[in-house]
Design a protein. Structure first.
Ligand SMILES: [Zn+2]
Length: 272
């Protein structure tokens, strides 16, 4: 018997988006994402909110509802050039502000100016950051080997964007987990006069029953839960110690839900 972990619902493909800086063009972008049911993460600098053209706390209101708000540092410095104490303050002050604004526990990050180092990765992790996005395009669909150095598939202006969209829509094989991860800034659509590009992209990839539309932190938290599953040596039983379900593929065509706090007998579950 083969047992594989899956995305929620037994899916093996996912899409996530990541947009930086919280400028007012995010309004139009959120509207497009909401129209197509696409989930995104928005990386905000609390210390710069309200400084034109960035939205203020009041202007943001519940704009990002249903999406993830993540840190992007307090003032958007090139952190790898800063003393570590300053880098620590940048992340903590951003977290505190965003957490006060949302009432949530904020654990995501996108490195401002794409700047980081091994020291910064370790520092941010110790300060409660669960993952951090870079600006390095992989042009592939793999889950991050190191969540503190999460390289996206591509920027939305990447010439291969629609090739990647076709891939995630069409890829039929279920023996792999595939993730398409696109990042950018919403103001770039104004600068480049190409809002039709993101609209066309969203239209293409949306509404597919075999794609999981997720925020960055939903993917990280889910994969963490999958890692915490406890199997017996024969892989016939699995205990899920988390508070939410994890999905497994058994053999090639059966899917089971490992319920939170329960032991699931895989053989019994696949017969049902
Ligand atoms: Zn930025």
């Amino acid at each position: 018997m083969k047992v594989y972990s899956c995305f929620p619902g037994g899916l093996s493909k996912a899409l996530t988006m990541s947009y930086d800086d919280g400028k007012y063009q995010d309004r139009r972008l959120v509207e497009i994402f909401n129209k197509y049911g696409i989930k995104a993460t928005f990386n905000l600098n609390y210390g710069q909110m309200g400084a034109e053209p960035r939205m203020s706390v009041e202007e943001i209101g519940d704009l990002y509802k249903g999406h993830e708000i993540a840190t992007h540092s307090f003032t958007h410095p090139t952190i790898a050039r800063e003393p570590m104490a300053e880098a620590a303050r940048e992340i903590l002050k951003d977290r505190e502000g965003l957490e006060e604004m949302t009432g949530e526990i904020i654990r995501g990050h996108a490195y401002p100016n794409g700047s980081y180092s091994e020291e910064i990765k370790a520092l941010f992790k110790s300060l409660g950051i669960a993952y951090a996005r870079t600006t390095k395009a992989t042009e592939t669909y793999e889950l991050p080997a190191d969540p503190m150095e999460w390289n996206p598939t591509c920027h939305h202006n990447d010439p291969r964007l629609f090739e990647h969209a076709d891939f995630i829509v069409d890829f039929p094989k279920k023996q792999y987990l595939k993730l398409l991860y696109v990042w950018g800034h919403s103001y770039e659509f104004d600068n480049d006069d190409n809002w039709d590009r993101i609209e066309k992209f969203c239209e293409k990839v949306s509404g597919k029953s075999d794609i999981w539309y997720a925020t960055n932190i939903e993917i990280i938290d889910y994969m963490e839960r999958a890692k915490r599953l406890r199997f017996d040596a024969a892989c016939t039983r699995v205990f899920n110690p988390s508070s939410e379900s994890v999905w497994l593929q058994v053999d090639t065509d059966k899917y089971i839900e490992a319920m939170p706090g329960e032991t699931t007998h895989l053989l019994d579950a696949v017969k049902r």
